[in-house]
Design a protein around this ligand. Structure first.
Ligand code: GDP
Length: 533
């Protein structure tokens, strides 16, 4: 590459922050996203910020189902500028059932903001998503939300994070006043003052932030102030102090408190994303080694979505730029086949109001329209070849046999199932026993099945009948394991996952898997979440 293109890639990468907010539904992700965008200057707004009633809607109603449920299924990107930085906030689907998509989004970010409801603490989805962050080595910033409402004690929440996640919380802000009695925040770096938030008159939601000197805060807030100062002292003495290296290594998490709905503490979180979250860095390659950000262009396909706009039968591949400069029109190579791929139709917007993107840098996300040959996990590159490691498939917990309603459409049925598999809507499992007309669909959450049923009928005109199977657990095995399962007294089943040819053993529960292991001690049965990296 010519030197100034390399320099541009390095310079632009250094000022990019690409992150996602992970949380349990209802913790306030959409509210926080909008609050962050309010503080910063939104450059582009893509796709799905929830379409809940009364909210500003961003085009993501590509599916009737989304509208009916008021949730967003489409992951998209919000890009905004602040303090000379460009922030890419990748949205993740809000529904607990649709988590496989969320997991893939995490393959495209450099940092995650873990949003916790002050009253509920760590919830199921928070735990699952945190596991993925840990597995991928993504540093996590924590935001304790809804401090304007009664909730747990701050120290208790820190304790929960430390105990459950083996992640040391290092507060960067600390609340004055218990949850439900928010008097203000202390920024740990400037302990001599309290940040006070006052709601403005006239019904405006955003509270105004003002710094109050310590003496005044002590006089006006009394025991609330004293308690906050004492707790901070305690934390400092215990060594709960931010350490950038430990944070990047995934050993600690900087913690913020606030109330997204009133914009309290959101500015400090935004500053932290800029100051603490890592910019795009060299990315590991499948064969070992790394691709530095100033190498020629290389990008990772982390999501493929067909028919986002019912008016156009298109298929969009979302690509995270990992190295180099992306320029619309450039011809890339698809690593999986070595074939060229033209990028005439590159977009930065993935809703109805998409706009053409001409140039993108490491950390940015580009949507390629009509990308029929691309698959989730694909690498595209220019110049020197690169292959990124595949995106892991996650352990499915729900299984159903799919059959065509109309056998005369069986060819269309097979093609459509294959398409949904390529998009990653569900995992498709096959076995000789069941045959091609009865693939087993495997999902992380049962809502994925509803998406399959709706799209097969509406989009592909190949209505499908799904028959649930009683299995709840899939473990990775091999030919010997499959054979042992066939011979055993256990009512399980071995199938091959089409996506990566992995042999999976399905069981009703852990107890059955343990039984197989006891009867056949040498048999390979591995947990899936990390297995197919
Ligand atoms: P999501 O499902 O995580 O995207 O959550 P939403 O952003 O839709 O928020 C869920 C509910 O919590 C909504 O009714 C919000 O108004 C409310 N909410 C969000 N943030 C706060 C907060 O800081 N304080 C309070 N009291 N409510 C909040």
């Amino acid at each position: 590459m010519i030197p100034d293109v390399r320099a541009a890639a390095a310079h632009e990468a250094a000022r990019r922050r690409t992150f996602a907010v992970i949380s349990h539904p209802d913790a306030g992700k959409s509210t926080l996203t909008e609050a962050l965008a309010l503080h910063a200057h939104a450059i582009t707004r893509a796709g799905a910020v929830h379409g809940k009633a009364g909210r500003r809607r961003v085009a993501s109603d590509w599916m009737e189902m989304e509208k009916a449920r008021g949730i967003s299924i489409t992951a998209a990107v919000l890009q905004f500028a602040h303090r000379g930085c460009v922030l890419n906030l990748l949205d993740t689907p809000g529904h607990a059932d649709f988590s496989e998509d969320t997991y893939r989004v995490l393959a495209a970010v450099d940092c995650a903001v873990m949003l916790i409801d002050a009253a509920k603490g760590l919830e199921e989805q928070t735990r699952k998503l945190f596991d993925v962050c840990r597995h991928r080595g993504i540093p996590v910033i924590t935001f304790v939300n809804k401090w304007d409402r009664p909730g747990r004690e701050a120290l208790q929440l820190l304790d929960e994070i430390e105990r459950e996640f083996r992640l040391r919380p290092t507060p960067v802000t600390w609340p004055v006043g218990d949850a439900g009695n928010l008097r203000g925040l202390i920024a740990v770096r400037t302990p001599g003052q309290m940040l006070r938030y006052t709601r403005t008159l006239g019904g405006a939601q955003e509270a105004v932030e003002e710094a109050i000197p310590a003496e005044q805060a002590a006089a006006e807030e009394g025991t609330d102030w004293d308690q906050a100062v004492e707790e901070l002292e305690l934390l400092r003495a215990a060594g709960a102090v931010h350490d950038q290296e430990a944070f990047l290594a995934g050993r600690t998490t900087p913690v913020f408190f606030g109330a997204a709905i009133s914009n309290i503490g959101v500015r400090l979180l935004l500053e932290a994303v800029i100051d603490l979250a890592p910019p795009p860095g060299p990315r590991e390659l499948a064969g070992g080694g790394t691709r530095p950000v100033d190498a020629p262009f290389a990008g990772l396909v982390f999501k493929v979505q067909a028919n986002m706009n019912p008016g156009h039968r298109d298929r969009i591949a979302f690509i995270r730029v990992c190295s180099g400069v992306f320029e619309r029109g450039m011809t890339l190579t698809r690593a999986a086949t070595g074939r060229p791929f033209a990028t005439k139709y590159a977009h930065s917007l993935f809703g109805q109001d998409r706009s053409t993107v001409d140039i993108a840098y490491p950390g940015d996300v580009v949507g390629l329209v009509n990308a029929h040959s691309l698959r989730v996990g694909d690498t595209l590159y220019a110049g020197q070849a690169a292959v990124f490691p595949p995106i892991p498939s996650f352990a499915p917990e729900h299984f159903a046999v799919a059959r065509p309603v109309d056998v005369s459409r069986s060819k269309q049925f097979r093609r459509s199932i294959a398409q949904l598999d390529e998009e990653g809507v569900v995992q498709v499992l096959v076995s000789d026993l069941r045959g091609e007309q009865a693939p087993v669909l495997a999902a992380v959450g049962p809502m994925q099945f509803e998406v399959v049923t709706a799209r097969m009928a509406g989009e592909f005109s190949a209505p499908v009948r799904l028959e649930p199977l009683p299995y709840r657990l899939a473990l990775a095995t091999d030919a010997a394991g499959a054979e042992a399962l066939g011979r055993s007294r256990i009512r399980g089943e071995a199938l091959t996952r089409v996506r990566d040819k992995a042999q999976l053993a399905l069981f009703r529960n852990h107890w059955q898997a343990d039984l197989l292991q006891r009867d056949f001690p040498g048999v390979r049965l591995d947990q899936l979440i990390a297995a197919h990296g």
